[in-house]
Design a protein around this ligand. Structure first.
Ligand SMILES: CC(C)(COP(=O)(O)OP(=O)(O)OC[C@H]1O[C@@H](n2cnc3c(N)ncnc32)[C@H](O)[C@@H]1OP(=O)(O)O)[C@@H](O)C(=O)NCCC(=O)NCCS
Length: 199
C-alpha cells in the first residue's frame, strides 16, 4: 500500500516551481547547480570559521565537480526519502548558509539527524535561529517525523545555544561520536520530539 509518507517526496520532485520554505527573515530551498559560485565563495571566505566544527574538507572541497556531485546526492537523497538539504537565503537572495536533515530512519524510529552551517559574514545575526524552525515544521508536519536529533561538540557554544533556544533538549553525551576536523570527538546529543514542537 502506498502511504502518504512514501509518495510525497516524489510529488515535490514533480514540482514546476522550486520548493521553498519561507519565513520572515529567510527562505530555504534545495541547492541547485547555479548556486555554485555563491556557495564556493561563501565557504572559501568561511573556511577557518567552519572547519573546526565539520568533517575535514577534502582537497577538492570547493570544486565545481564536487559541488555537482553533492547536488546529485542531495537530489537522490530527497527522492528516496533519505535526506532533505536546503540552502538558506535572505530575501535579497544572498546565500547565508545551509541546513539539512539526513539519515532518515522510518519505521519504528521516524527520526532524522540535523546539520547546519552559517557563512562567517552572516554569523550571529539570527539567521540560523530563523531557519531552524522552518526545517522543524517541515520535519514534523510534512515528513511526519517523530524525532529530530542533533549533536555538537561540547565547546560549540553557538550551536548549543541555538539548539536549546529552539526547543531541543540535551539527552546525552557520546564519546568519540563523530570524526570532526580529522579527530574522533566527544559530542553532546540533543533531540526535539514532535510532541515538544507542537507543545
Ligand atoms: C552554529 C551556527 C550555525 C549558528 O548560526 P548563526 O546564524 O550564527 O546563529 P544565530 O545568529 O541564529 O544564533 C544562535 C545562537 O547562538 C548564539 N551565538 C551565535 N554566535 C555565537 C558566538 N560566537 N558565541 C556565543 N554565542 C553565539 C546566539 O547568541 C544565539 O543564541 P541565543 O538564541 O541564546 O541568543 C554558526 O555559528 C556556525 O555555522 N558555526 C560553525 C559551524 C557549526 O558549528 N556547525 C554546527 C555543528 S553542530
Amino acid at each position: 500500500m502506498a502511504t502518504q509518507r512514501k509518495t510525497f517526496p516524489r510529488l515535490f520532485l514533480a514540482r514546476s516551481e522550486p520548493f521553498r520554505l519561507v519565513g520572515d527573515r529567510v527562505f530555504l530551498r534545495p541547492p541547485e547547480r547555479g548556486d555554485y559560485e555563491d556557495w564556493a565563495s561563501l565557504r572559501a571566505r568561511s573556511r577557518n570559521f567552519l572547519t573546526p566544527w565539520e568533517p575535514s574538507w577534502p582537497p577538492d572541497a570547493l570544486s565545481r565537480t564536487s559541488f555537482r556531485a553533492r547536488i546529485a546526492r542531495y537530489a537522490e537523497d530527497w527522492r528516496i526519502d533519505q535526506g532533505y538539504n536546503f540552502f538558506i537565503f535572505r530575501h535579497d537572495e544572498a546565500l547565508v548558509g545551509g541546513i539539512g536533515l539526513s539519515n532518515i530512519r522510518r519505521g519504528v524510529a521516524e527520526t532524522a539527524s540535523l546539520g547546519y552551517w552559517t557563512g562567517e559574514p552572516y554569523a550571529r545575526q539570527g539567521y540560523m535561529t530563523a531557519a531552524l524552525p522552518l526545517v522543524l515544521d517541515f520535519a514534523f508536519e510534512r515528513l511526519r517525523l517523530h524525532r529530530v536529533e542533533a549533536a555538537c561538540l561540547p565547546t560549540n557554544t553557538p550551536s548549543r545555544a541555538l539548539l536549546l533556544h529552539t526547543g531541543f533538549q540535551q539527552e546525552g553525551y557520546a564519546r568519540n561520536y563523530l570524526l570532526i576536523d580529522g579527530r574522533w570527538q566527544d559530542h553532546l546529543l540533543f533531540a526535539v520530539l514532535r510532541e515538544d514542537w507542537r507543545g
